[in-house]
Structures are given as C-alpha cells and as structure tokens.
Design a binder for this molecule. Structure first.
Ligand code: RI2
Length: 342
C-alpha cells in the first residue's frame, strides 16, 4: 500500500504509529528494493512533516530527526535510505538558516520529499534509456535478485525492438528472482529461471550480466544482493561483461572518509524453518543479505547521469555531496549502525 493511501485522519491522530508502520514495512521487506525503500522512507518523512503537531520549527526539526533515526535503523546496507533522508534534512537545514518558522520548515520538508521522489522515479527511467543501448540483438543476459533499475534496462531494450533472452537466478533465501522472472516473462522476454548455484554452469552462454545495486562505494565496489559477487567472479573468469544499474543516490558519501558499508544480516528463519532451528539447535545459520563486488569485477555502472567505470564513483560522490559537511554525513551513518555494532 502506498504511503499516501493511509487516510489523513489516521495519520493526523497518530503520526508516531504511522511512522512505525512505514519503518516496519521496510524492515520486514513488505516494501523492498533499494530505490523503493528510499521513496517509502522519504514519503514517511513527508507525512511526518505534513501532519506534525509540533509547536514551533525547532520541535519539528527534532521530530524529523527522530523519524530519520527510526527509519535508518531498518535496513542498514541501504545507502539510498540515508541519502533520501539526507536530501530532505539538508534542505530543511538550509531553510532553517533563513527562518525557524514552523510553516517554512514544514513546506521545505514536503517540497524536498516530493522532489526526491520525482527525481528518483525519473532516474530509473533514464537508466533504462541509457543502459538499454548496451544490450544487443541476440544477447543472452543473466540477472540476479529483483532490481527495478536492472529490469528497466531490459524492459526498455525489449520495447526498443532488441531481441534477447535472460537467465534469472531464483535468489535464495527470499526468491526475489522469481519476481524478476515473472515481470520479464510478462513482457514477452524469453526467461530461464535457474538456481543460484547453477550460475557457473550457464555462464559460458551468457554475454552480459545486468544487476542492480544497494550501494556503491567511493572506490566503485558494488554492494548488492548476496550471491552477486560470486556471479561477478564467474563473469570475470568467463570474460562476460558485468553491468550494474544504479541511481546515484545509492552512492555512499561516507565511504570517501573510509567508512565501510554495513552488511545487513537477517534472521536465520529466512533460510530454514523455525522447526529446523529448534530441532537442530546446534547448527548455526547465518544470513547476510548482501555482498561486495570489488571494482575490478565491474565493467560499467549505468547511472541516470550516464555510464561510468567503477573508478568514476568518487567523482559522482564529490559532485553530489561535496557541499555537505563531514559531520552531517557521518550523523546518518551512525543512525544506520545498530547499537551492538558500535
Ligand atoms: P532497485 C534489492 O535489495 C536487491 O539487492 C536489488 O539488487 C537492489 O535492492 C536494488 O534494487 P532487497 O530490498 O533499487 O531485495 O534497483 O534486499 O529496485
């Protein structure tokens, strides 16, 4: 359900509960995909600002900071969340330098949220346009997990008349690959669904790997769904092109300062049943949701600003975040790290 669908009355009376619902939808992955969760989070910030009953501008800023903190605790790897929130908070802060009036700050937050959402949707569209040109007639592609940006690249190429087929890994443990397979197949694209461990078996047939990203580090390393780096290694070995579709709001400014992207580790019950865990309690199950593909295994990153080699990531980050103070950047990094990791 879209954030805006929640009725005005419920939101007005219960802003805190509404925020909690948005955060838990992201946490539980009812809302998923790096771009999608950023938009959901920013919509939540917008609603908090719009229906806040704060008495003055200062109180509104405190309320927004608390909302940001809660949202950032949901999915620690998603840099898109931090950047979406930063987009809103930075503009509120700039507005507050001119005036601390409640309505001025409220409007600044709402306008910034609207702008982020609009721009992020346009970015996926533009990535589709740019990335699709890299796909040739007769290509065999391979994709992993479900990425709206990667799907848009393939959708656009198909709509432009290019004919190709796609291997889709099912993507354990949550099987997001099935969602990708269903979408591509519904467009008429020939799709073969394979288990993750069959990637090497088929890699020699593949011309291009196309995946999305949850985060891109300053050195061009790509953080994406667990299993991506294995596929990248296989592509490298087979001299198959490895292409990443990523909006620039997934680029991590903190990594310029040497911070590492936190890898989210999810519950063991996503991997095996609760019964299994009870019965074989001595078996430890680990479930990291993401892995890191080193830049040497990435051929190109398609962004809404154009195609860059992984080494170009640092330039993008400087262009986008150069004007933001380091302590401002690190504040949101801290929010993303859970207490036991600090
Ligand atoms: P878009 C997903 O994470 C996948 O790792 C996917 O590649 C990435 O987000 C980017 O998705 P999850 O939410 O923004 O399934 O391109 O853990 O949709």
């Amino acid at each position: 359900m879209a954030v805006e669908d929640i009725s005005f009355v419920v939101v007005y009376l219960n802003n805190a509960k509404f925020l909690e619902k948005a955060a838990s939808d992201i946490e539980s992955m009812r809302v998923r995909g790096a771009g999608n969760i950023a938009r959901h989070a920013v919509s939540a910030m917008r609603m908090v600002a719009k229906y806040s009953r704060a008495k003055d501008g200062k109180a509104l800023m405190i309320e927004l900071e608390a909302a940001a903190k809660r949202i950032l605790s949901t999915r620690p790897t998603a840099v898109s969340l931090a950047n979406g929130i930063r987009y809103v908070m930075y503009r509120v802060k700039i507005a507050s330098m001119g005036s601390m009036d409640l309505e001025v700050l409220r409007s600044a937050a709402v306008a910034a949220a609207d702008e982020f959402i609009e721009e992020s949707i346009k970015a996926v569209d533009r990535i589709g346009e740019i990335g699709s040109r890299r796909i040739r007639n007769g290509d065999v592609l391979l994709t992993h997990c479900h990425s709206a940006a990667a799907v848009e690249v393939m959708r656009r190429a198909w709509m432009d008349g290019r004919r190709f087929s796609v291997y889709v890994t099912e993507t354990r443990p949550r099987f997001q690959g099935r969602e990708t397979a269903i979408i591509l197949s519904s467009l008429g694209i020939p799709v073969t669904l394979i288990v993750d461990s069959a990637a090497r078996y088929f890699m020699n047939d593949v011309d291009r790997v196309v995946v999305g990203a949850d985060a891109v580090a300053a050195n061009g390393a790509v953080v994406n769904k667990i299993g991506t780096s294995t596929i990248a290694t296989l592509a490298h070995e087979a001299r198959t092109q490895f292409m990443v579709a990523s909006e620039t709001y997934k680029f991590s400014p903190e990594t310029v300062m040497g911070e590492l992207v936190t890898v989210e580790e999810r519950d063991a019950s996503e991997v095996v049943s609760k019964n299994f865990l009870r019965k074989y309690s001595k078996i430890r199950v680990r479930n990291p949701a993401f892995d890191i593909t080193p830049p040497e295994y990435v051929d190109l990153i398609v962004t809404e600003r154009g195609v860059i080699p992984p080494q170009g990531a640092i330039m993008v980050i400087h262009e986008l975040f150069g004007s933001i103070q380091q302590d401002e950047l690190l504040k949101y990094q801290t929010y993303r790290i859970t207490e036991d990791q600090q």
